[in-house]
Design a protein around this ligand. Structure first.
Ligand code: DGL
Length: 269
């Protein structure tokens, strides 16, 4: 992470994801830092990212970073495991702001938990990189890691179908596979998956699931504080949501985690 110059502290913090997943991170950060200005971009036209190639993800992420750069963001939160896994390393030095990738940011604290065997649910693209496995084993080489891809889960969440039979069936199938391999904890390694916590908890105790957003928000706060980048002007904070498709659908789907006041703005990506 680089220290960025020429940004005033009231410049916004940017967030991006393929859709509503990143709202699970946004909600946590906003709670910790209510005085900040925020811009969120959900690339709903191009979701699900987990089924895209590296070439495609590089194009999507670069466009979003540039869009956020134009908006003057002082920092950008990659509230998306898939782009953190697939493109962060390639793009990280290209922009004039601080970048926080979710997987690389949270792995240390997860790896330091007193457990021997951990499961990871994530998108196919994230699992293909073994990014969680590599990052966790950097800090705890003895940790055994079970990686399972969950195609289909993101669309269920984007469609607001968390309580459907389809959701239950999809979760049951992957939970059966995971529980046979006896993990002590399971990382929800895609920011959309916490929307499915109710269904997941039908198959294992809720405290078995790690939602990395909670720790991630603390890490972001601490780092911005240490770098002196927090907003010092009080009572003037704004938030603005942008999407590349279906603003109303986004607003509705996000509402499980966060009530968005005004309609997100549709922009082409
Ligand atoms: N929510 C993102 C992630 O954390 C992207 C999911 C997707 O669009 O497939 O991986």
């Amino acid at each position: 992470m680089r220290t960025i110059l020429n940004k005033s502290n009231n410049n916004p913090i940017g967030f991006f994801d393929s859709g509503v997943g990143g709202v699970t991170v946004y909600e946590q950060v906003k709670k910790l830092l209510p005085n900040e200005n925020y811009i969120y971009f959900g690339d709903t036209k191009n979701m699900p990212y987990g089924e895209k190639t590296e070439e495609q993800l590089l194009i999507f992420a670069d466009k979003i970073f540039k869009f956020l750069e134009e908006k003057g963001t002082k920092a950008v939160v990659m509230a998306c495991n898939t782009t953190s896994a697939v493109v962060y390393e390639k793009l990280k030095n290209n922009y004039n702001f601080e970048i926080y990738p979710i997987i690389q940011s949270v792995s240390k604290s997860i790896a330091e938990m007193p457990i021997k065997r951990i499961g990871v649910f994530a998108t196919q693209a994230t699992i293909n990189t073994h990014c969680y496995k590599k990052e966790l084993q950097k800090y705890n080489s003895a940790l055994e890691i079970i990686e399972i891809a969950c195609p289909g889960w993101v669309k269920i969440v984007e469609n607001g179908q968390e309580n459907s039979n389809e959701a239950k069936q999809a979760v049951k199938e992957k939970m059966n596979e995971m529980m046979l391999l006896t993990p002590e904890k399971i990382i929800l390694g895609c920011t959309h998956y916490p929307y499915l916590l109710n269904v997941l908890s039908e198959f294992a105790p809720a405290n078995m699931f790690i939602n990395p957003s909670i720790e991630f928000a603390q890490i972001i706060k601490k780092d911005l504080e240490q770098k002196g980048l927090l907003n010092k002007i009080e009572n003037e904070s704004f938030e603005k949501f942008y999407v590349s498709k279906s603003p109303e659908n986004f607003k509705n789907a996000a509402s499980i985690f966060y009530k968005i006041d005004s309609m997100p703005e549709l922009i082409l990506n």
